[in-house]
Design a protein around this ligand. Structure first.
Ligand code: SF4
Length: 460
């Protein structure tokens, strides 16, 4: 780890530590990396502010997965450009967008002072310091296959401690930019994972969320270790109250993973298993590495081994060449798999990926129509599944408060529960499900909620 430069002393006069504002787009991995950016900057003496208007330095941690995310970043660069008319402010762009576009961002946007990538965040204090003292157009992009950063994380959530277990991805799904932006899959050494989890548990985080583009590939590059099943078992032994993970890959998840989930009540009854399509032809064109049959076998095995498991998924509609029949296969897959929720996206071509140059694009209006068809079908599936839980008792870990003043949280299987009264974040409440919509359950707390009663650690 590199020591930050002593930004506080210039010409024997103390400078006021810069105030930094960090804005984050994209996946949980990016959210977690922003926790690392906060941690590194706080350690170096910087102040983190909540509003861009209060900052001396603005950092954007960006996403490139969809066109919309990219355009939003460009819009926000424009906002900083305007701010620069009235006062001195530095702008740095990091994350997937800058890892792929690099110095082209500096050439295209004069408001951008420096770019940094998806790793190497421990050197940010030096980078900011150099930019503050006049160095123009700095670009620090680490090789995307560099070892996973070991940096302090300033955790943004009370309940959930996000912990990286793998970085990058070697799958090269034909629509996805991640392998180009984040490099090949690397597994973090298990002892470092265990040590970070012990610290998070000791700090009072009841829930651990293991992060990786494909968590099931954990250990493919560490043959001496027993892979994701062993990792889960050993994390359960450390004793966090709840253990979650995302995302699983339908090609790589094994019966051994399902057995470990079933054997450890601390590991939550939820798997996010991205199907992406229900058509074998489209799955092959996406380079997903499994068939519809294999995917459904995994769904049925999950339900047989882990009773009550909630499966959620991602689905792309309007992939190049997707016919009405292919799309009908996707709808049938949703009906058969009965997911608790579906993140559906209309295909958005990403320059640099194979899918971006594939023939037979699906017209935009067809993509939009298919997206709404999926939403309508899934709404009905989710309502039916949620209503079937009415009268059952669930344990809810409170995460926040609705606009109407009621507490909400998640139960073990990741469903959101809105409670009929107010408690505090981190409390564990047993509730009876009294109502349901497609998006959430309503719960009546069995006992009145006692403020400050945090979820017990390591017990179940
Ligand atoms: S598994 Fe496929 S979709 Fe997921 S990150 Fe890797 S390449 Fe992208």
């Amino acid at each position: 780890m590199t020591d930050p430069l002593p930004f506080g002393i210039v010409g024997f006069e103390m400078e006021i530590p810069p105030r930094v504002y960090v804005e984050t787009w994209g996946c949980q991995m990016n959210l977690h990396q922003s926790e690392g950016i906060h941690g590194v900057l706080l350690r170096a003496g910087y102040t983190i502010v909540e509003r861009m208007g209060d900052a001396d330095v603005v950092l954007f941690n960006t996403c490139l997965v969809r066109q919309k995310a990219e355009e939003k970043v460009y819009g926000r660069i424009g906002a900083v450009h305007k701010l620069k008319d009235s006062r001195a402010i530095l702008l740095g762009i990091g994350g997937c967008l800058s890892q792929v576009k690099g110095r082209r961002l500096l050439e295209r946007f004069p408001a951008v002072d420096f770019v940094f990538g998806t790793s190497g965040h421990d050197s940010l204090p030096e980078l900011i310091n150099a930019a503050r003292h006049g160095d123009d157009g700095l670009s620090v992009l680490s090789p995307p296959d560099r070892e996973i950063d070991e940096i302090p994380h300033h955790r943004s959530r009370c309940n959930t401690a996000m912990i990286t277990i793998t970085e990058g991805c070697s799958n090269f799904c034909s629509y996805c930019i991640v392998p180009f932006a984040r490099g090949p899959m690397r597994s973090r050494p298990p002892e470092r994972i265990f040590s970070e989890i012990r610290q998070a548990v000791d700090a009072g985080h009841p829930e651990i969320l293991l992060l990786g583009q494909n968590v099931d590939s954990y250990g493919f590059d560490r043959p001496e270790f027993g892979g994701f099943p062993e990792l889960l078992e050993r994390i359960a032994a450390i004793g966090p109250y709840r253990i979650r993970f995302t995302s699983s890959h339908p090609r790589d998840i094994t019966p051994a993973v399902l057995e470990v989930i079933a054997a450890h009540p601390q590991i939550c009854n939820h798997i996010h298993l991205a199907c992406q399509s229900g058509s074998d032809r489209i799955l092959a064109s996406m380079n997903r590495g499994y068939t519809r049959k294999r995917f459904l076998e995994t769904v049925h095995a999950s339900r047989a081994i882990i009773p009550g498991i909630n499966l959620t998924t991602d689905l792309i509609v309007g992939f190049p060449g997707e016919t009405d029949d292919d799309f009908a296969d996707s709808l049938r897959l949703l009906e058969e798999a009965q997911f608790g929720s579906v993140f559906v996206a209309a295909f958005s071509p990403r320059p640099g990926t194979r899918a971006a140059t594939m023939p037979n694009p699906v017209p935009v209006d067809v993509r939009r129509r298919r997206l709404h068809q999926v939403l309508d079908l899934q709404r009905q599936i989710a309502i039916d599944a949620n209503r079937a839980l009415i009268g059952k008792s669930v344990d809810v870990l409170i995460e926040g408060t609705t606009k109407e003043g009621f507490s909400y949280g998640r139960c073990d299987d990741h469903r959101t529960v809105i409670l009929n009264q107010h408690g505090t974040v981190g409390q564990l409440v047993t509730a009876v499900v009294s109502g349901a919509t497609a998006a959430a359950l309503k719960g009546t707390a069995l006992a009145s909620i006692a403020a400050g009663a945090n979820a017990p650690k390591g017990t179940r």
